[in-house]
Write a protein of this length. Structure first.
Length: 393
């Protein structure tokens, strides 16, 4: 164990400078061209077989071990966000309005460091490793694009693993849990239509503003009155637009938002009640509602066996760490599409350091993480891969 940790530590300077370089050149989803070029360059230098342009801007590389055996897939996301960086860091984004505010720059650095460490141990591997560098994780469909281009095989991986640097928790914390760990996400778009009119003559109109307000309030009962208090779900109306003038009742109102659930049963209940409440409340106000529901990602479900092996590895690697074994987040992540098709585990690696001011939350303009976390994520993925591909297993 100590050996893996030492090897991960020995790559820290390289991983950090690579992360900082990527941080200065962030690219939005499906536009990760410079990033993909850097990834290809690093992987080819290791003598790996590399395929670029998988799922538009994704990159896949394979490391064949000296002996046959299982296939482990390691996935890393590469995209940045449309945010103007405000960290003031020396390595801050050089691209106006674009920023690595989720830590995916760190994930790429971990991925390339893992490729280096595992390539150096090629002779000891019984099996192979597929490195997947994925574009467009932030709600743009990168995982589906890579799966459509065959990132999951054949041959199909026996295990898929990924880490996320996690600023919601401090350095020295790890979240490794079996079962659902991140929520299924659905996006909704509602148009409430009534009849516009004079603001002073509401009895001649059918006011969609009042109907929309009633819908927002009524939706609050879906989670509290229809699901078990022990089940988790969220409905958030995040956008509400209608009308321009103070004296005109508009003819329609647009609403947008998101629904998050873990269990399929809870999702069915919430969607059913959601549709019913929106339509019926609109109709009670003599308006009509058209509802568009778009699934974003399924729930992310870790395999119980793989999660248990990861927990045991984490305890051996980091005996002093705070290991949480039933951690869940209502955020959604498209690694869920990989985990729907192959057993695996998504690991949260605490990366905040409040003493150094590195504790802004993900997607915040001041987001930055403690780079020590790169070592931890790297050691966990390399350790798990070596465990799975050890000839004596
Ligand atoms: Zn994100
Ligand atoms: Zn992310």
């Amino acid at each position: 164990m100590q050996e893996i940790l030492d090897a991960a530590r020995s790559l820290f300077d390289d991983a950090r400078s690579l992360r900082r370089e990527l941080h200065q050149h962030p690219e939005l989803g499906f536009r990760e061209e410079r990033t993909a070029r850097r990834v290809v360059q690093e992987l080819e230098a290791l003598g790996l077989e590399v395929a670029a342009g998988v799922g538009k801007t994704g990159v896949v590389a394979t490391l064949e071990g000296a002996q046959p055996g299982p296939l482990v897939l390691l996935r890393f996301d590469m995209d940045a966000l449309p945010i103007q960086e405000e960290t003031g860091a020396s390595y801050a984004s050089q691209v106006p309005g674009v920023m690595h505010a989720c830590g995916h720059d760190g994930h790429v650095a971990i991925g390339l460091s893992a490729a280096k460490l595992l390539s150096a141990r090629q002779a000891e591997l019984a099996g192979s490793v597929r490195f997947v560098f994925q574009p467009a994780e932030e709600g743009l469909g990168g995982a589906q694009a890579m799966l459509a281009d065959g990132a999951l095989g054949p041959p199909k991986p026996d295990q898929v693993l990924a880490v996320h640097l996690w600023n919601e928790k401090p350095l020295g914390w790890l979240g490794i849990s079996p079962g659902p760990v991140m929520a299924a996400g659905d996006i909704f778009h509602i148009q409430v239509t009534g009849k516009g009119g004079h603001g002073a003559l509401p009895h001649l109109a059918r006011d969609p503003v009042v109907a929309a307000a009633a819908i927002v309030t009524a939706l609050q009962s879906v989670v509290t009155r229809n699901l078990s208090p022990l089940a988790a779900a969220v409905i958030s109306v995040t956008s509400l637009h209608g009308g321009e003038a103070f004296n005109v009742i508009p003819s329609s109102v647009e609403m947008k938002g998101t629904i998050r659930t873990f269990e399929a049963e809870a999702r069915r209940t919430v969607l059913e009640r959601f549709n019913r409440i929106v339509s019926d409340v609109a109709s009670a106000h003599a308006c009509t509602a058209t509802i568009e529901l778009t699934p974003l990602t399924p729930a992310m479900v870790n395999d119980a066996g793989v999660a248990q092996r990861m927990q045991s590895l984490a305890r051996r690697l980091f005996p002093d760490f705070d290991l949480e074994t039933n951690y869940r987040s209502m955020v959604s992540e498209d690694m869920a599409f990989f985990l729907e098709q192959a057993p695996g585990c998504f690991i949260f690696v605490g990366s905040a350091n409040p003493e150094r001011g590195l504790d802004a939350s993900h997607h915040h303009p001041k987001f930055d993480f403690d780079e020590q976390a790169l070592i931890y994520g790297l050691a966990l993925l390399v350790g798990a891969t070596l465990d799975a591909l050890h000839p004596s297993r």
